[in-house]
Write a protein that binds this ligand. Sequence first.
Ligand code: GTP
Ligand code: MG
Length: 194
Amino acid sequence: ISGEQSVKIVLLGDSGVGKSSLALRFVTNEFRPYSESTIGASFMSKSITVPFSPSVRNDEGQGTSDSKTLESRQHQRTIGLKIWDTAGQEKYRSLAPMYYRGAEAAILVYDITVPASFVALQDWALELQHNASPELMLVICGNKSDLGECRRVDRGVGEAYAREMGAVYVETSAKDGQGVEDMFSGVAMRIPPL
Ligand code: GTP
Ligand code: MG
């Protein structure tokens, strides 16, 4: 659709943490228990309508007599999310800059049951700090929240790290859908309007 704002989002993180599953859940609302490891990268897109967040509303105090309908329409916008799902296997690591370059947001994913994937996430965060735009929005995503009884990275540890990095922290499950829609719409809402 012409005139629609679009946002480039890149998913990064170790192989097996669920990047492709998160994209698939968000875009098609499906889950595959035996998903294939991504080769190179894959692309998916979806348009969503989100309210302007209070911090970016610039019409406060005006048009107070508008009807409810008009008001709610004015306070929403449609954003096309262009999602680049990268391959987590080490052999594809050198491709990553092609995908995070020019991105407005990076979602760094780890698996809450695999501490090594949280360590790997910190490497990604440092790489982005050094090589990506300082404007890049960072989201730290602890995935597989449905496996809570096997959790090996405390939520507080993830949250503390996100705070340190100035990142947003979310926990998701691509399997049951928990938190997935909110994560992507949260990114869209934080994108400044054109
Ligand atoms: P690469 O493409 O190799 O980088 O991996 P990936 O991060 O894309 O992981 P993928 O989405 O392929 O998921 C790996 C495995 O974890 C698959 O068997 C998924 O079904 C499973 N999986 C993904 N997300 C979840 C989740 O939230 N909960 C559970 N229980 N399993 C999940
Ligand atoms: Mg994948």
